[in-house]
Design a protein around this ligand. Structure first.
Ligand SMILES: *Cc1c(COP(=O)(O)O)cnc(C)c1O
Length: 404
C-alpha cells in the first residue's frame, strides 16, 4: 500500500479532483523528479547474487522490480493514481482491456456452484462472459432490473455470491440505487462489483457508495484519445488480496506503453470530462426539443427516470447518451448516421472525437425491456465545438425525416 503523505491536503481542506489527477501516482522513489512516468519496458530483471534472487522470491514482490510481469514504475504509478481517486480503496490492478478487467474481477470472487446477479442493462461482453465462460464453470447468472434498488434483497439466495452493477446502464442509461443495492448485498455476505466506466471516479466514487470492486474501461476517458486499450479494477482492503492473487494467476499484465498513454490521459481527465459534460448536455437538450426525437436518455435531464438518484450520488455527467427517434425505420436511422460529417461511426467512446452508433438494446434483455417509439442512436460527444455538432445532427435529422 502506498504512503501518500506528500500529497495529503492541509487539514480541513480536501484536495479537489482536478488537482488530484495532476499529482496522483507521482512517487519520487520510483521516477525521481519526472512529473509523468516514462515507459519502463522489462521482462528480465537482474539480481546481483543468488541470495538477492532468493530474497526476491521470499517477500511480496508488489511494487518492487522482480520480473516484467509484475510491472515497472510505469504501471505502478498509474495503478496507484487510480487507487488515490477512489477514497477507501486499497489497490488497483491493470489489465490489457476493460473486458479483461471485468473477467478478472468476476473470476476473483466466483466459484463453481455460485450464483451471480447481473444487471440486465450491462455491457454486452459482460453478459457474454456470464452466459459463456461463467456458465461453463458451473456459475449461474440471474439478470435483474436496473431499477430494482433495495428490492435486490429478495433475489439474493443461498448460492448468490456476487451482484454486478453498471450505472448508468449501457445504451439505455438507467441509474441504479447503488447504496441500497450494496447495503442489501453486504448484509447477506455478497460481494458487489460495479462497472464505473461512464462516470469514472471523478463523477461517482464507487467504493464510498459501498462497492467492493470498481471496474473501469480505461480505454474510454482515462486514455481519452482513442489510441490504446486498458482496463482496471480497484478494490477495498477486504477484496484486494483476492483480486491481486487471481489476476497474477491469470497472468495479466498491462503493457507499459499503454499505461504510459493512460497516465498521460489521466492528467487532463478532469478538464476533458467537464467539457464532454457541458457539450453533451447542451446537445441532449437541443435534441429533446426536436420533433423527430421521441426521448433523450441522459440522466442529467430532469425527466430522466433516474435523475433524482443521479443528483444524489453523482457529481457530474460525461459525454455519452442515447436518444430514440420518433417512429421511423432502420433505413431512416441509417440515413441520419451515414452522412454525418463530424460524428464517426465506430465502437468505443471517451475519446476526443464524436461518434454515432445505431443501437438496439432490447434485443438481448430479459427483465429490463422497455417500449421504444423508434430506432435508437447512441452519441459520444467529443471535444469539437458543440454548435458544429448540432449543425451536423440537424442535417441528419432532416435526412431522417425525408426518409421516413
Ligand atoms: C468499452 C466498455 C468496456 C470494455 O472496455 P474495452 O477496453 O473495450 O475492453 C466495459 N464496460 C463498458 C461500460 C464499456 O463501455
Amino acid at each position: 500500500m502506498s504512503d501518500h503523505s506528500d500529497d495529503d491536503p492541509p487539514p480541513g481542506r480536501p484536495i479537489a479532483d482536478a488537482t488530484r489527477v495532476v499529482t496522483a501516482g507521482r512517487r519520487p522513489e520510483w521516477t525521481g523528479g519526472i512529473v509523468n512516468p516514462p515507459v519502463w519496458r522489462a521482462s528480465t530483471i537482474l539480481y546481483d547474487t543468488v541470495a538477492d534472487l532468493r530474497a526476491g522470491l521470499a517477500g511480496d514482490s508488489h511494487h518492487r522490480l522482480f520480473y516484467g510481469r509484475r510491472g515497472t514504475p510505469t504501471q505502478w504509478s498509474l495503478a496507484d493514481a487510480l487507487t488515490e481517486l477512489e477514497p477507501g480503496a486499497a489497490g488497483t490492478f491493470l489489465y490489457p482491456s476493460g473486458v479483461a478487467a471485468v473477467a478478472a474481477a468476476l473470476l476473483a470472487v466466483l466459484s463453481p456452484g455460485d450464483e451471480l446477479l447481473l444487471v440486465d442493462s450491462a455491457y454486452d461482453p459482460t453478459r457474454a462472459m456470464a452466459d459463456g465462460l461463467l456458465k461453463r464453470m458451473g456459475i449461474a447468472t440471474r439478470y435483474y432490473d436496473p431499477l430494482i434498488g433495495g428490492g435486490i434483497a429478495e433475489l439474493i439466495g443461498e448460492r448468490t455470491r456476487a451482484v454486478f452493477l453498471e450505472s448508468p446502464g449501457s445504451l439505455t442509461l438507467e441509474i441504479q440505487d447503488v447504496p441500497a443495492i450494496t447495503a442489501a448485498a453486504r448484509v447477506r455476505g455478497c460481494v458487489t462489483l460495479l462497472d464505473n466506466t461512464w462516470a469514472t471516479p471523478l463523477n461517482f466514487r464507487a467504493i464510498e457508495h459501498g462497492v467492493d470492486l470498481a471496474i473501469l474501461a480505461c480505454t474510454k476517458y482515462v486514455v481519452g484519445h482513442s489510441d490504446a486499450m486498458l482496463g482496471s479494477v480497484t478494490a477495498t482492503p477486504e477484496l484486494w488480496p483476492c483480486l491481486l492473487s487471481t489476476s497474477r494467476q491469470l497472468g495479466q499484465v498491462a503493457s507499459p506503453d499503454d499505461c504510459w498513454l493512460a497516465s498521460r490521459g489521466l492528467r487532463t481527465m478532469a478538464i476533458r470530462l467537464k467539457q464532454h459534460e457541458t457539450s453533451a448536455l447542451r446537445i441532449a437538450r437541443w435534441l429533446a426539443a426536436r420533433p423527430q426525437v421521441a426521448e433523450v436518455l441522459h440522466p442529467a435531464l430532469p425527466d430522466h427516470p433516474g435523475h433524482d438518484l443521479w443528483r444524489r450520488d453523482f457529481t457530474g455527467a460525461s459525454g455519452l447518451f442515447s436518444f430514440t427517434l420518433n417512429g421511423g425505420t432502420d433505413a431512416a436511422r441509417t440515413a441520419l448516421i451515414d452522412d454525418l460529417r463530424l460524428f464517426g461511426i465506430g465502437y468505443s467512446w471517451g475519446g476526443f472525437e464524436s461518434l454515432a452508433l445505431p443501437v438496439d438494446p432490447h434485443r438481448h434483455r430479459i427483465v429490463a425491456k422497455r417500449p421504444q417509439a423508434g430506432p435508437m442512436v447512441r452519441l459520444q460527444i467529443g471535444l469539437e465545438d458543440p454548435d458544429d455538432l448540432i449543425a451536423d445532427l440537424d442535417a441528419g435529422l432532416a435526412r431522417f425525416a425525408a426518409t421516413t
